[in-house]
Design a protein around this ligand. Sequence first.
Ligand SMILES: [Cu+2]
Length: 111
Amino acid sequence: MKAILAMLLLAAAPPETKPDRTVSIAAERFFFSPSRITVKQGALVEFVLTSEDTEHGFHFAAASVNAVIPQQGKGELRVRFRALKKGKYAFECSRACGAGHTMMRGEVVVK
Ligand SMILES: [Cu+2]
């Protein structure tokens, strides 16, 4: 199963447009790898999130996204945004995945 979400850091990104940058992110108890992603201001970015174990969540408030990363082998979550504003934007796991769940976070840096 493949989920594609189009969303924004202020501006919507049409799903048919080819992203400027694609970043693969692995989720695993209890971290994202990489957990810090630097992107250029103005870039259309696509994250491809997969799990190395159980189901996780991907809550990225700046882009109004909160979606499920399927468990290992069950697919991926694709998330798109246009990085319009410079700054640091946090994301975190939003599915209770165990003892270290609240530590499972990262950030997007727009430069
Ligand atoms: Cu979690």
